[in-house]
Write a protein that binds this ligand. Structure first.
Ligand code: PRX
Length: 643
């Protein structure tokens, strides 16, 4: 793996916290890291900020790789997100500000959200849901999805949220794996002015599925749908009769809060299991510290509830902390490409947490869209999900953050449950492109294959060498897979699957998944590394690289590039871009093939589907496309596959 990329970056500009930011920051003393060296004491103190029905007997019981945090403690996640805020001034504070796709909007105070959740918890009970039974939720980004999650938590029924953009087949697999009897869904969803079927997918998914006995449907779009008597029920009808009294179940700290499926290197998705007490401690603490949370913040996390970011930093972290959250139903380009900025202006959003892929899309559209709106309410920006290339970081900082907002680049995973590596914005000097340092109380190491720590300045594998409170507890129903996937590389250390570089200051620079690392003639090159260089080129909007099989070299790089507005595809440009990579990283990284395409194949959460690119690069017909967000992408890609 070449390290040239990092050389320039380390010498690049550093952004220390401004004096103004530091003066008001929740954490401005670097001593927090030292203090948290006593990890168990640190996390125990943090757990103490939550509301417990009964205190734990032990902070951690660790029988590697199985952890129990705060064992013996009794707690309820819904109680922590709602009831405990009803005593004082938060009672009337907005918990949720909802912005519908059409600009329709309403707020739910903590008191109102509590009532809705209690009612729906009673509905679930009336549908026969028992403590410990998994409920599947398949919904668009509407507040009822949050109500459903918290209602499950309230009665101790783990939820399994399936992203609304998944196909019927994917939904069916997840229902079967989780063994749900009850499914919560909606009639349909609004998307870019059109109506997308949801219930129709549910009906297709349920064909041949024995387990689901009841389906509860939110009427979001007034779409005519088939109702199967005795199985399908309207949410609003059930809610009319439901009582607002529903005490929260006293759950064990280690009771399962949810399952969330995530793709692995093999085909079958893994059901990542998270439990209650440790998870809440982890997400509440990281949300508060990383986002420098203040009581009057208007916090907007743009992730869908179908992903871990939606679980941890749209729902459980912020609501445990009594924040006001914005939920947006639509997409950034509908009706116009300034929709995000219009929302920031409308609600005076103070904290925005989004993904690099979105930022790069905004760059492609141009700075004139944010420039039209008043973004002066923003005071902190966040990034998650993939490495943010320094160019995107700098653009985000300048055009969205007005050069005054720190950017917290947060590294973590579905499996980690909580942010693991991230700046603390009142303390950390930022380096564009680096997620900086492990969070206090989190022990990250960079190891080589044999498990030896790498020197500062070297690349290695990200490992987590001590248990952390929000860690996954297992893969649902498959302890073996849990052990094999995460704990088999080195004794008692978690293998994150990411490669990174540790710089001379101990900062982490995530290169990307090691499964996305290309091995060209024995030299390892991170796809993210080549991509980062490509997007530095003034003509490039986005880039994705994959390793294609090559007879001589083992693997060769194929790059897929979308151009910024105003640039035209040509043979000259292809040659220029190949040379550009060669120049920036070395001849070894020069892509063998470089395709200029209108669009990259992405999932609805914005992740590039490299498998499709590999199919094209290796001259196969394109395989499974069910997770593709926009089917029109396929047409432009198909043209490439005939090249
Ligand atoms: O490769 C890392 C990348 O996303 C992976 C985890 O994906 P997922 O479980 O879907 O969770 C995404 C949201 C937390 C990681 O293994 N990743 C996540 N955050 C970053 C990142 N890569 C670089 N920088 C980040 N900040």
């Amino acid at each position: 793996m070449t390290q040239d990329k990092f050389k320039g970056l380390e010498e690049g500009r550093i952004f220390p916290p401004s004096e103004e930011f530091r003066n008001k920051a929740l954490i401005s003393d670097v001593g927090i890291y030292k203090k948290a060296d006593d990890r168990l004491a640190f996390w125990e103190e943090r757990a103490g900020t939550l509301s417990w029905f009964q205190k734990w007997n032990s902070v951690l019981e660790w029988k590697p790789p199985f952890a129990k945090w705060f064992n013996g403690g009794k707690i309820n996640a819904s109680y922590n997100c709602l009831d405990r805020h009803l005593e004082g001034s938060r009672r009337n504070k907005p918990a949720i500000i909802f912005e519908g796709e059409h600009g329709d909007s309403f707020e739910l105070s903590y008191e109102e959200l509590h009532q809705e959740v209690c009612k729906f918890a009673n509905v679930l009970k009336s549908m026969g849901v028992q403590k410990g039974e998994v409920v599947t939720i398949y919904m668009p980004m509407i507040p009822e999805a949050v109500v459903a999650m918290l209602a499950c938590a309230r009665i101790g029924a783990p939820h399994s949220v399936v992203f609304g953009g998944f196909s019927a087949e994917a939904l069916r697999d997840r229902i079967n794996d989780g063994g749900s009897k009850v499914l919560v869904t909606s009639d349909a969803a609004y998307r870019r002015g059109k109506i997308l079927p949801i219930k129709e997918n549910v009906c297709a998914a349920l064909q041949g599925v024995e387990g689901i006995e009841k389906v509860i449907i939110v009427n979001r779009t007034n779409t005519k749908i088939e109702i199967i008597k005795g199985r399908d029920f309207w949410y609003h009808k059930l809610m009319e009769q439901a009582s607002t009294e529903c005490p929260a179940e006293k759950m064990d700290a280690e009771d399962m809060l949810f399952i969330l499926y995530t793709s692995g290197t093999t085909g079958k998705p893994k059901g990542v299991v998270h439990t209650t007490g440790g998870y809440l401690t982890g997400v509440a603490t990281t949300h508060e510290f990383v986002f420098d949370l203040k009581e009057d913040d208007i916090y907007w996390c743009t992730a869908d509830i179908g992903w871990i970011t939606g679980h941890s930093y749209l729902v459980y972290g912020p609501l445990t902390n009594g924040s006001t959250i914005v939920i947006f139903e639509g997409t950034p380009d509908y009706p116009e490409k300034d929709r995000f900025w219009q929302i920031v202006e409308k609600y005076k959003v103070t904290i925005l947490y989004t993904a690099p892929t979105a930022i790069r899309t905004f760059m492609k559209w141009g700075a004139e869209y944010p420039a039209k709106r008043d973004l002066s309410s923003l005071r902190l920006l966040g990034s998650v999900g993939e490495p943010i290339n320094p160019e995107a970081w700098t653009w985000y900082h300048k055009y969205i953050g007005g050069e005054r907002c720190p950017i917290v680049d947060t590294w973590w995973q579905t499996e980690t449950g909580m942010i693991m590596i991230s700046p603390l914005p009142g303390v950390t000097d930022l380096k564009p492109g680096s997620c900086t340092r492990p969070f206090p109380g989190v022990k990250v190491e960079m190891l080589d294959r044999s498990g030896q720590p790498v020197e500062k300045g070297d690349v290695g594998f990200v490992a987590i060498s001590e248990p952390w409170p929000a860690m996954l507890r297992t893969v649902y129903g498959d302890d073996r897979r849990f052990i094999d996937t995460y704990w088999s590389n080195w004794p008692n250390k978690y293998f994150a699957g990411d490669g990174a570089k540790l710089d001379k200051d101990g900062y982490y620079w995530i290169i990307g998944r090691v499964d996305d690392v290309i091995n060209v003639s024995g030299h390892r090159i991170g796809t993210a590394e080549v991509e980062s260089v490509l997007v530095e080129h003034h003509a490039v909007a986005e880039a994705a690289c994959i390793g294609k099989n090559h007879e001589v070299k083992g693997q060769a790089i194929a790059a897929f590039v979308t151009l910024r507005e105003g640039f035209k595809a040509s043979e000259e440009l292809i040659a220029e871009l190949k040379s550009y990579v060669s120049k920036k990283i070395g001849a070894i990284a020069r892509p063998d093939d470089l395709y200029l395409t209108d669009d990259l194949p992405k999932t609805r959460s914005g992740k590039i589907i490299r498998r499709i690119l590999k199919d094209i690069a290796e001259g196969r017909s394109i395989g499974d496309t069910t997770t593709l967000a926009d089917s029109s992408t396929l047409e432009s890609l198909k043209k490439l596959s005939h090249n």
